[in-house]
Design a protein around this ligand. Sequence first.
Ligand SMILES: NC(=O)c1ccc[n+]([C@@H]2O[C@H](COP(=O)([O-])OP(=O)(O)OC[C@H]3O[C@@H](n4cnc5c(N)ncnc54)[C@H](OP(=O)(O)O)[C@@H]3O)[C@@H](O)[C@H]2O)c1
Length: 328
Amino acid sequence: MAVWSIFEGKLSISHFPSQPTKNLHTALGNFTIPYWVLHSIDNILNGFRTSKLHRFKHPDVENWALVTGASDGIGEGFAHELAERGFHIVLHGRNPEKLQKKQALLKTAYPAVKTRLWIADAMQDVSKEELMEAVRGLHLTLLINNVGGLPPGVDPYIALDDQSFGHIDRTVHMNVGFATKLEAALLSVLSENQPSCILNISSLATLGSPYVSVYAGSKGYINAHSLSLQYELWGRGKDILVHSILVGKVNSNSFSGEQAFTTPSSRVMARATLDNLGLGRCVMTPYLPHLLQASAFSILPEFLARRFMWDAVVASMKENREGKIKKS
Ligand SMILES: NC(=O)c1ccc[n+]([C@@H]2O[C@H](COP(=O)([O-])OP(=O)(O)OC[C@H]3O[C@@H](n4cnc5c(N)ncnc54)[C@H](OP(=O)(O)O)[C@@H]3O)[C@@H](O)[C@H]2O)c1
């Protein structure tokens, strides 16, 4: 049987593939089509399901959330969204003056909400006691490990062989060490206060991102770690929800690109995350345009994915630099 096709701009006639190729296509179709149909139905149904955030707001007690990196960007977005939903908040950051200003803004917007400040540099090692002190005496039900990114003072995009070992260590500690140790220190509290929740902020950089390979690798750790921890806690009979949140481009202090459909504000990103808690998988992409980007990307063959990512990162570098120039 013959079919018409267009190849390199020329209309040509060709034959249907041979039997083994046809069998392979059928086998692939048998798996891929139901997978995509079920996946799409699940995503559509999520639009009608309601977030499980209410499970972490216990009756007759003051419920607290700890948000790391809360003085700016997505962390500040989480603080405002949680305050709006009646949580009291421990605001973590490294700059006391900036954090106090953000605390005052929160107080003005939500007078009934209580806040506590916790100052610690996420690039430095911290003791278990210091981490536990941050929430001493509070009924903590929600931990948001948001702090992350790249050490300040340098262009965020650097070839691996141009990075100092100190820079590599600081990147890994800020994105991996700090979050993991905080979980380890606070698990007993979250366990006492179950049902409770841990949100670890990851990145779509895990799809493969030139010039930020250490950062992307650290976020890959966050995904695998969150999934493993979720399984471990489930097996130990703990009612502690763990999510790794895949974030694409977001307008924040660290990314100065213009807001757009695929680049939401930090507040919108935080809202999308809280609205989707407990829905979908442990590692999830709660902001729909980011999910569409990631899904489209995941079906590309690797030679196209590589090309696409290279172009996307080069465009982001330009967008970020231009945004920083505009801001300054
Ligand atoms: N924005 C994006 O496009 C994007 C994309 C993917 C993933 N993410 C992830 O989202 C999370 C938040 O990023 P963001 O863009 O909102 O960042 P951001 O706007 O730069 O805010 C980062 C927050 O963390 C604090 N912080 C930074 N370094 C710290 C340190 N060493 N010790 C203590 N606090 C520190 C900052 O404090 P100061 O106010 O003192 O600086 C600020 O409060 C990160 O995990 C990031 O990897 C962001």
